[in-house]
Design a protein around this ligand. Structure first.
Ligand SMILES: Cc1cc2nc3c(=O)[nH]c(=O)nc-3n(C[C@H](O)[C@H](O)[C@H](O)COP(=O)(O)O)c2cc1C
Length: 304
């Protein structure tokens, strides 16, 4: 059996090189689908168990002599990389420092973003975990202020259309249809946001994408989990921070594009793709002097 995703319907095909295998059992111990089984001390491939090989690659990554080769599901032995030595990995304190120093950045210098910086950032983000490999996450890169502004203008046009549609008379007619949860969201946030964005645009200010030199739009292919793209976006933010870029997550663009087939088509996004979020990046214009402490709404210990 194979789990079908947007990119594949085949199972991975693990092969054990018996000449190299020491029968240590590590691959079988960590295989999440029991495709690799330790059988009387020898490793056996059982392609028919559970979900079949999902192509997570963990068996290749854990095998000390490199005796496991998995092909299929967009994976191959060429994907096995040298493990970064412990001394080269960020410590918890270093990672915390990076996280504390990150702020949402809405003011950028004139400097454009070098394409190799975008490439490095996305290569770092591609290490993100995936619900079911291979990743169905897509990223649309708007590099350069003119391209980002085209997206801002397209979104503003959709916002203007939203305001035009939700005239007061239509709003009161539709109130029961919209429901008690969405109505206050629409009237208390979405419509005021549209007005704010459009009024500022008319005054020459971009409070939607903040004149950023780079925007990345994250989405998940049809039938896949949009959570994967949220996770990739978060990884990308932190990667950008490590590369000296400032970023801001923009939640107010994707809900408009999501509903607009024409714009999805213009940007070459599958009409059934699920848009996750948009990130803007640039070199920060201002430096923050302090970090901030935050709390969750709650953290509870389940006592059973
Ligand atoms: C899901 C999400 C959506 C957001 N959407 C917007 C947005 O549309 N416009 C904006 O200016 N900031 C947006 N932000 C940035 C937040 O307002 C920002 O995280 C918050 O002000 C806290 O600042 P900090 O990131 O510096 O801690 C968003 C952040 C998140 C996580």
């Amino acid at each position: 059996m194979a789990i079908k995703t947007g990119r594949t319907s085949e199972a991975g095909r693990p092969v054990i090189d018996t000449g190299k295998c020491t029968n240590c059992g590590l691959c079988a111990a960590i295989c999440p689908t029991q495709t690799l089984v330790a059988d009387n001390g020898a490793i056996r491939v059982d392609p028919d168990t559970g979900f079949g090989c999902i192509g997570c690659g963990q068996c290749m990554a854990i095998c000390p002599p490199g005796a496991v080769a998995v092909t299929g599901r967009e994976l191959s032995p060429a994907d096995v990389l040298k493990l970064p030595p412990v001394a080269e990995r960020a410590t918890a304190d270093q990672l915390k420092a990076l996280m504390l120093a990150r702020r949402s950045i809405r003011h950028f210098t004139d400097r454009e973003i070098e394409p190799d910086v975008v490439e490095r950032m996305l290569a770092m983000a591609s290490t993100a975990p995936i619900g079911i490999p291979p990743s169905d996450v897509g990223v649309l890169v708007f590099n350069g202020r003119a391209r980002v502004q085209e997206l801002a203008a397209d979104t503003a046009e959709l916002m203007a259309g939203t305001l035009k549609f939700f005239q007061p008379w239509r709003l009161s007619l539709m109130r029961p249809l919209i429901g008690p949860v969405d109505f206050p969201l629409l009237t208390g946030f979405v419509l005021p946001l549209c007005r704010e964005v459009l009024a500022n645009r008319a005054a020459g200010r971009d409070v939607l994408l903040y004149d950023a030199p780079l925007a990345l739009l994250f989405y998940s292919g049809p039938g896949s989990d949009v959570l994967d793209s949220h996770i990739v976006a978060t990884y990308t933010m932190l990667a950008g921070e490590a590369l000296g870029l400032g970023s801001c997550m923009i939640g107010s663009v994707t809900p408009f594009i999501e509903r607009d087939k024409k714009l999805k088509a213009k940007y070459g996004i599958d009409p059934k793709a699920k848009l996750s979020t948009l990130l803007i990046f640039g070199y920060p214009k201002y430096k923050f002097s302090h970090a901030l402490s935050r709390t969750f709404a709650e953290v509870r210990q389940w006592q059973g």
